[in-house]
Design a protein around this ligand. Structure first.
Ligand code: ADP
Ligand code: NA
Length: 332
């Protein structure tokens, strides 16, 4: 294939993805399946940088894959796999650890933020080297582009630096493709329904502010109906003055395919309550087939195993070739 290759991953850190994960990431993954040679993985190796209960991790990893399939990833059009099923990630991860400088790794702002929150006794060495495992994740597949949010740009820069360093040190033939970031649109940002100035987040949002894709429809309908707005009445898009209403309009637009302008016109002369109620209904209708497809995979473990086995096999055929070249050039 001459389509550019993309690689992206998502953590299996809860039983359900939320609306922000879909609109901010997975929706774009689905779109890239046809224009790109796409590799997508559930990054369970990254998940254990913080302590995980084994049974929960196993269940969440499978539920994550089922949801990705439910949201529209198609194993016929992309390579979908679980990171730990491809041992080359850990193997190349070690090699890249030995390419990175300690100071270079210590400058990663995500590490600094996360470790500051956890405190140094609870921060694992794995969290410190997590960006370097990401480097290996990307380079194993010779990815041309890496779809990431703005917050991950520094890790793609690190990937480029280490790829160039390796290529130079073990040249003259280049070993790795030097990838570029494919920054996902900021417009896809979803905000907390109870605090619309903060992003919707599984760790930071309250239960009422977080819309899980696997929530029962009546539960999410209630969350939309009790979303925090402002004291005004006119439905219009103004992220500064009306963050709550703007968030609801953005979500409604994304799931319905109708433009924000069209929605604003539709709600002319109606109040916020109408927006909330219609969005609650539209969301229930939109999420129903996603939930059905997800449930079908959860009810058929053999079918899910089959998808995972095929994905791992496809991924390994590429990853093992890269690793063999790397080992050879290093002198193993
Ligand atoms: P969380 O912030 O809930 O812990 P993750 O960090 O696991 O979610 O994010 C997984 C993916 O979902 C990332 O690509 C991230 O950019 C995207 N994402 C998470 N929350 C949002 C949001 N509120 N709006 C848009 N995208 C989001
Ligand atoms: Na996060």
């Amino acid at each position: 294939t001459d389509r550019p290759r993309v690689l992206s991953g998502i953590q299996p850190t809860s039983g359900s993805f939320h609306l922000g994960n879909y609109l901010g990431a997975v929706r774009q993954w689905v779109a890239l399946q046809d224009s790109h040679d796409a590799y997508y993985m559930v990054v369970d190796l990254h998940a254990i940088t913080v302590e995980q209960d084994p049974a929960t991790l196993r269940a969440n990893t499978r539920a994550s894959v089922a949801q990705l399939l439910g949201m529209g990833l198609d194993p016929e059009r992309c390579t979908l796999f679980v990171q730990s099923h491809v041992p080359e990630h850990a193997q190349l991860g070690w090699v890249m650890n030995c390419m990175a400088g300690f100071g270079e790794a210590a400058r990663m702002t995500q590490f600094k933020d996360k470790s500051a929150k956890q405190g140094s006794d609870r921060t694992t060495v794995g969290l410190f080297t997590y960006p370097i495992l990401q480097v290996a994740d990307i380079l194993l597949y010779q990815a041309d582009q890496v779809p990431v949010g703005e917050d991950q740009r520094q890790h793609v820069e690190l990937t480029r630096d280490l790829a160039e360093r390796f290529n130079h040190r073990y040249g003259p033939q280049p070993t790795f493709t030097v990838p570029s970031p494919y920054i996902l649109k900021e417009t896809a940002k979803v905000f907390d329904l109870q605090d619309p100035t903060a992003k919707m987040s599984k760790s930071a949002s309250s239960a009422k502010g977080l819309v899980n894709l696997l929530d029962e429809p009546r539960v999410s309908a209630k969350k939309f109906r009790s979303a925090v707005t402002d004291t005004g009445t006119v439905v219009s898009f103004d992220e500064k003055e009306k963050p709550g209403v703007s968030n609801l309009l953005g979500i409604y637009s994304a799931i319905s395919g109708r433009s924000v302008a069209e929605l604003v016109e539709h709600f002319e002369g109606k109040m916020y309550g109408a927006l909330k109620t219609e969005l609650a209904d539209a969301f229930s209708e939109w999420v129903a087939p996603i939930q059905e497809r997800t449930q079908a995979y959860l009810d058929d473990p053999a079918a899910l195993d089959e998808v995972l086995a095929r994905g791992a096999e496809k991924a390994r055929s590429v990853a093992s070739e890269t690793l063999a070249t790397v080992y050879d050039r290093i002198g193993f």
